[in-house]
Write a protein that binds this ligand. Sequence first.
Ligand code: BGC
Length: 738
Amino acid sequence: MNILGLKMGVCAAALLLAAPGMAPAAGKPAAGRPWMNAKLSPDARADLVLAKLSLDEQIALLHGSMPMFMGGKKPAGVQISAGYFPGVPELNIPDLTESDASLGVANAGRKDDDATPLPSGLALAATWDPKTAFASGAMIGKEARQKGFNTLLAGGVNLLRDPRNGRNFEYLGEDPLLAGTLAGHTIKGVQSNHIVSTVKHFALNDQETGRMVLDGQIDEAAFRESDLLAFEIAIETGHPGSVMCAYNRVGGTYACENPFLLTDVLRKDWHYPGWVMSDWGAVHGVAAAKAGLDQESGQQLDKQVFFDAPLKAAVASGEVSKTRIHEMAHRYLRSLFAAGVVDHPVTAGGLDTAADALVAGRAEEQAIVLLKNDANLLPLMKTARKIAVIGGHADVGVISGGGSSQVIPTGSASFPKPKGAPQWGGGQIYTPGAPLKAIAARAPGAQVSFNDGADPAAAAALAEASDVVVVFATQWSTEGMDIAMKLDGDQDRLIAAVTAANPKTVVVLETAGPVTMPWRDKAGAILEAWFPGARGADAIGKVLFGEVDPQGRLPVSFPASEAQLARPVLPGSDQNIVETLTPSASKPFDVKYTEGSDVGYRGYAKSGDKPLYPFGYGLSYTVFRYSGLKVTGGKTLTARFTVTNVSNVAGTDTPQVYLTAGPKRTQQRLIGWSKLALKPGEARVVTVTAPARMLANWDSAGHGWKVDGGSYKLAVGPDAATAALKGSATVVAAKLKP
Ligand code: BGC
């Protein structure tokens, strides 16, 4: 069994023994503990604590365990979760209790444990709504406290450069402004509960195949304008207490021992004050401490616990200075003070997943994207008498993604994983809430029949005998391996058979991300529901029956085929790797990101190729018109225009503003958007101002952002490929600090 398998196998056994409970709380403030004065700055408070700690005590803060590997050394009450670092109770420094949290408080295979799964990260990105991001973060942060965790390993913001990346469902799409903004608001939501959130995985962890060894190569300016920009915006917006560095190499050096990433960019340019924690099994030596890594996580997964005895030896030999150790511990402690972890110790209890599921359901309602709707097949008429529901385990629940982020709420069902998939958890987990039930509840007079889709001929026969068909199709994905850009198994054949039998077929996709749709022309309507999360089935029901206007917009281009990708053959795929946590599992290889910052829609704008569906795309049950564009320039660009709902139903639109060319460079870029609900016939003026940095190019020689003076062109439209309105204005030259 590989170590990943071991990780999960041991976990399952340990779970049976784990006492549900809370982390030990910090002691009460008392006289003689000046760091408990909340009026002092987090930095001052951290230094006051550090003055009480010996070098060894400081180093003890800098490495921590996966509780499942602690055996008899696991203190009573410490939960099986991602990470545990003992605190200093006599100084009020609590234990650090970490849970994974890309999509909820992950429960590491615990079927005895409840938690609320959010819809996937891509679903959240499809809402284009910072308020929903905040609410989602706030909900999982609250659950973290209620479950005794004070740190969430949330905030995944790696850019979607390849639809086959197995972790895309944890991330927020292909655009740095959209992804960074939503990640930042999620982090803010998490930390509004006085706990720490990370942002991860820093940086260029953009595929799972070979993630422990691959070397991501990209030109610096392109890097600053794409993947790094997403992190920069997320950090500025959300102020995460910690940054998690990635497994892979960047420019020849492992991300967790990469001075360019951890010191030059993060500290010198961005002035990031918090601590950098490693990914689990991503530390390769004490060189990491010199490069800017502050804390070794999941220490049992590294070849040695480098930040214990080897770090002490490095201090003794003068290789690492005492000042650097002080700095590492300082950054850790100052974040604990800044987030409120010390002043508001977590107390477990009060979990209310029924209420929390409403937050997840509301997010999914906003995330579902209507891709096609011939002859207004949707919304479904309540008058349809015979409805066929086919496939996708729609009689059981909705699919979810696997790996460390997996949330398994009470009542989940599990189906076998594809052969060769990593040993995370126990199969493909289906979140409770059956779409079949959600549909039947909304069509009380109808005969609603289910066919599991295993036999396309039987499914087609049912389709033919029905007034309308809703076929559910899935694409499972998990951390640790990449996927094909298609529906799993034989579902394309199933849909082809069903749509041939009855053109009044609605295809509901529950996919990790973009898939090809060879049956697209035959389908009457197509909805992208992503991984829907808790109450996701209900959200699908609401959209199908028009209780909610479909208002999701694609946060990623849907390519027409893999031939359109920047790398049609996935690097490393020839090695047939299922990624484990052991660096030796695969041979090192390079991933050359030659598309630079022309990720997704920017690449299509340049090449003129047509994707299947463009970035930003999504239909509504209503029709919106854009008019009266006025663009003003100056230090940046401001677009004012009118959006009118010209139909007779209420709806929600997300008009987008794209830069299409600057004075010296032609590159399409999303520079802003608005989201607004309009009543029938209502018109509203929308103002979108671009952050000046979105107009700038990275100037490597001048080491900063440079806005060229001159004329800038922009387009306003419903997606990246449709310029409904065009305008231009003059912007003055400027240099912006990195
Ligand atoms: C993942 C991280 C996760 C960590 C702890 C790693 O394998 O890459 O995202 O936070 O495990 O479970």
